[in-house]
Design a protein around this ligand. Structure first.
Ligand code: BJW
Ligand code: ZN
Length: 254
């Protein structure tokens, strides 16, 4: 069943705050390819073939080439009106954000709206494209520079233990940061309204977050041009895109 923007606004309006959950579709209109859409392939590899520890151990150069390309693509993209609407709601204390995205566009939108109080209202479940971390020890750092992928020997090394640095993201089969995940589950348990934008809702444990909201009596509004496994459970489903619908649903003006 599909609903109207009015239904969505109403489901969220009665709530003191809203939990916003976003996936790759949130950034599609900024120009960032999604994972499972048509633009998700790089050199004919599926993300599941590259976003794993086994792929990195087998061929770190190939995996770094993919991440280098993605970092370059993202650095040329900008947040859109949907990111800014969410950022303003965070800065005003009206929204908390849990994102699966590693592109940093939410964080950039929040900075641009001057939302210093909003940073503790953002959880990035799957890490960041712009963080490097050691494949062996706890070392990590922020980094936006291009990675030298000329040869395996040119890849970045850990200054502490000399093992390879890897992208600071969560790959398939890896556990999420337990503190971050625990906080996300706590926010979901206490949320009376949740807006889910641009996720295929298949990757766990992120996909469980809106289900937890529903189990605790909260309303879930889904925004997506396509149906997902969440669609049959959600309170309100609005078909359309993030840049078009998020400002209409979450914006201050009706
Ligand atoms: C628009 C739009 C527009 C388009 N506007 N919308 C329980 C059951 C079954 C399996 C598992 C399970 N628990 C764990 C697993 C295994 C696995 C998993 O979930 N697999 C499923 C595929 C079945 N999960 C894990 O491995 C997780 N780890 C874990 O649970 O550890 C414990 C454990 C380990 C081992 C076994 C069991 C437990 C970790 C998951 C980490 C995911 N990592 C990635 C890569 C991150 C790094 C990187 O970016 O390189 O995260 S995978 C990729 O998928 C990325 C994304 O964040 C994530 C979700 O994708 P998302 O955001 O939903 O994007 P898409 O492309 O799928 O969808 C886009 C949507 O947007 C579509 O619906 C479009 O229609 C829509 N859209 N344009 C609005 N303009
Ligand atoms: Zn190290």
């Amino acid at each position: 069943m599909s609903h109207t923007v009015g239904d969505a606004r109403e489901a969220i309006a009665g709530s003191a705050g809203v939990l916003v959950c976003t996936g790759a579709g949130m950034s599609a209109e900024s120009g960032v390819p999604t994972f499972r859409g048509t633009g998700g392939l790089w050199r004919n590899f599926r993300p599941e073939e590259l976003a794993t520890r086994a792929a990195f151990d087998r061929d770190p150069l190939l995996v770094w080439e993919w991440y280098n390309w993605r970092r370059r693509v993202v650095l040329e993209c900008d947040p859109h009106s949907g990111h800014f609407t969410i950022a303003r709601a965070q800065a005003a204390g009206r929204a908390r954000l849990v994102t699966q995205n590693v592109d940093g566009l939410h964080e950039r939108a929040l900075e641009e709206v001057g939302g210093s109080g909003g940073a503790d209202r953002t959880l990035a479940l799957h890490g960041s494209l712009f963080r490097l971390r050691c494949s062996r020890c706890d070392y990590s750092r922020r980094d936006e520079e291009s990675i030298d992928t000329t040869s395996p020997g040119s890849l970045p090394e850990c200054p502490e233990c000399r093992h390879l640095l890897r992208p600071g993201v969560v790959w398939y089969g890896e556990t999420l940061d337990q503190e971050v995940l625990g906080k996300a589950f706590a926010w979901a348990t206490n949320a009376s309204a949740c807006l889910v934008v641009g996720t295929s809702a298949v990757v766990e444990p992120a996909a469980s977050i809106p289900r937890l909201v529903l189990q605790n009596g909260g309303a879930v509004v889904e925004v997506n041009p396509e149906r997902t496994p969440l669609s049959e459970l959600a309170t309100v489903v609005v078909h359309g895109t993030a840049a078009e619908l998020v400002p209409e649903i979450l914006g201050e003006e009706p």
